[in-house]
Design a protein around this ligand. Structure first.
Ligand code: HEM
Length: 585
């Protein structure tokens, strides 16, 4: 039966194919009618409008067709939902508990992949687990894409529900509290990523200085009890606040300690803290947020630097500097870019800007330190990778040096000047161009992230009751997790032979780079909220690994039995076992 539906009466559910086809047919007829009437109407157009026919009318026809196409798609979708509603939804199966276990935590922690392969085989791609003190729906394979792409499932809402993160973080800023304002994303995408090649020399300088200071320049079998503490000094960012501010020891300490404070408040270091307790921690700390104090330190350190920058600008204007010189002389760090766009982003004051920088630090510094440290542990576990990565680096730098020499010779032969960017002292610099050519390095990094990312990750919460494409229903506030074993470790179609094994060069010669996300590679998430900082993360971790393999001939575990603990992330696992370093001759 087809009816004219009243706004508040539910449409009757078509029960046969014919009734399903009728609305589609009607939509097609109405499209044809609109298209035809537009074409016929053309005969009455005046001369001027006839001349503009091609663009205006084609645009309008395309729009009309597009609207009708959407109507058809919606009609189909609504009928499908209505039709499906007449049948009870298939229940989401719960995975059986291992004999003697009360929850799935222990079995998961013992061997993440083995456990999830068992779950998938027992129940199919969507199943329920009793884990992390919650009843959680786990989605595998292509259902992971649905979880990321359906806007009813929200990662931020899940983290907020579990830990109250939003309220806590919002107490650090005064503007842009609406998550949809996406100020961090905009800053990263518009001002950070495009300028990465420009930031690179400063990053390399800072990372190298921290490495030499932390590890020493000529070490032979020297033990470092907690290498992560040195790596964290290497990674902390000059990019955000510029060298003048970031070199202030108080600021450096703020960068590193902020993450420590945050982890402390969240209770990330203790796996046994239940989520409701973390939530309470954050709610209580919202009023007395220790990070507020850190934000104030950043603002205090930035104030004299900003005043000096203003004075320098005034001097340049007085001296009659032209626009290109003025732009060239200005600092390019994120702090300056935020100051320049104060009104665009609706910032309130310097403390507010520093609050936003603190949010960038929280999302970027810890993740990058964590990934860089993991890469150093993989070098130690697979020592055969070190000479290969080192050889690649030398070959790439040799080739670039040769190209620059040829370029200089060519310019000289034409009687042209040699520009400063061809200065021979920079021939062997680690530049963006050089890093891009290191295909083995990129493959190594992608493989480390694939193999080490926790198998159950990316919490999402249903904002309202939502039906998956297999008809299963995720109820409102239902919690979900992605089963990455199904797409990372147990997915030969995407990763080739032996996907469960660490094979560092598996992506050499493919288009799958470290920053290329997809359902088969999810360390950075995917969809609307995919990590916008992954390009910077890739650049920073590449510098760290490049410096490591060029400075050290050997990186070894002091106690090799510790390796397994650090090769796979596990919620609450903050192990940083000792490493032994030996410099190159
Ligand atoms: C290896 C290092 C990093 C890893 C593994 C990582 C991972 C992630 C993940 C899993 C998400 C959530 C994605 C989703 O919900 O779909 C995310 C979001 C985000 N990341 Fe990263 N990240 C890293 C580095 C960085 C860096 C360096 C920055 C900043 C420069 C950054 C800024 C952000 C921001 C702002 C978001 C929120 C995006 C949104 O909600 O729209 N991340 N990151």
């Amino acid at each position: 039966m087809i009816g004219v539906f009243h706004a508040d009466t539910p449409p009757a559910v078509p029960t046969d194919t014919f009734s399903l086809l009728v609305p589609i047919f009607l939509a097609l007829v109405s499209t044809a009618y609109i298209v035809l009437s537009k074409m016929l109407g053309m005969h009455h157009l005046n001369r001027e409008r006839q001349q503009s026919f091609p663009k205006t009318y084609l645009d309008s026809l395309v729009n009309t067709l597009d609207q009708q196409r959407k109507k058809i798609a919606n009609t189909l979708h609504n009928y499908k939902i209505q039709a499906d509603k007449s049948r009870p939804p298939p229940p989401i199966p719960t995975v059986s508990l291992r004999a003697g276990d009360k929850t799935h935590d222990k079995e998961y922690r013992e061997n993440q992949d083995k456990f999830l392969i068992r779950c998938r085989a027992e129940t199919g791609p969507v199943f329920k687990l009793s884990i992390h003190r919650l009843q959680i729906t786990v989605v595998s394979d292509e259902f992971i894409r649905e979880m990321f792409l359906n806007k009813n499932f929200s990662n931020v809402d899940a983290l907020n529900e579990l830990m109250g993160v939003k309220t806590f973080l919002h107490s650090l800023i005064k503007s842009g509290k609406n998550h949809d304002a996406r100020i961090q994303n905009s800053i990263i995408l518009e001002h950070l990523t495009p300028d990465l090649p420009r930031y690179l020399p400063e990053m390399v300088r800072a990372l190298e200085a921290a490495l030499v200071e932390g590890f020493g320049s000529n070490v032979k079998g020297k033990v470092f009890e907690s290498p992560v503490t040195i790596i964290q000094d290497m990674v902390a960012g000059t990019v955000f606040m510029g060298a003048e501010v970031a070199n202030n020891p108080k600021v450096l300490e703020t960068f590193v300690m902020s993450m420590h404070d945050f982890a402390g408040v969240l209770g990330l270091n203790d796996i046994n803290i239940p989520f409701w307790r973390r939530w309470l921690n954050l709610k209580l700390n919202h009023f007395n947020n220790p990070l507020k104090h850190r934000v104030r330190t950043l603002a205090e350190a930035a104030t004299p630097v900003i005043l000096e920058r203003r004075r320098r600008e005034a001097r340049l204007i007085n001296e009659g500097a032209d626009a290109p010189q003025f732009i060239k002389e200005r600092p390019h760090d994120i702090l300056q870019k935020m100051l320049d766009r104060f009104d665009k982003y609706g910032f309130v004051d310097l403390e507010d800007i520093c609050g936003h920088i603190m949010l960038l630090i929280l999302t970027s510094v810890h993740t990058t330190i964590d990934a860089s440290t993991a890469m150093v542990y993989y070098l130690a576990t697979y020592p055969e990778t070190i000479p290969i990565l080192h050889r690649e680096q030398i070959q790439v730098l040799d080739a670039i040096q040769q190209e620059r020499q040829q370029e200089r010779a060519s310019r000289l032969s034409k009687g042209l000047e040699i520009s400063p960017d061809l200065d021979p002292s920079h021939d062997r610099d680690l530049t963006t161009k050089a890093l891009k050519r290191m295909a083995h390095l990129d493959s190594f990094q992608r493989e480390v992230l694939r193999c080490r990312t926790e198998a159950l990750t990316h919490f999402h919460m249903a904002r309202k009751e939502t039906i998956l494409s297999n008809g299963m229903v995720i109820s409102k506030y239902g919690m979900m997790l992605a089963n990455l074993t199904s797409t990372h470790a147990n997915n030969a179609a995407a990763h080739g032979l032996n996907p469960a094994k660490f094979q560092p060069w598996r992506y050499v010669g493919t288009f799958k780079t470290m920053t290329k996300v997809g359902v088969d590679f999810l360390p950075f998430g995917m969809g609307k909220h995919v990590c916008p900082g992954r390009f910077m993360a890739s650049q920073q971790t590449k510098i760290v690994v490049s410096l490591m393999v060029s400075k050290f001939e050997k990186i070894e575990f002091q106690d090799p039995s510790q390796a397994a603990r650090v090769l796979r992330t596990q919620h609450g696992n903050v192990a940083s076992p000792a490493l032994v370093f030996t410099s190159r001759e």
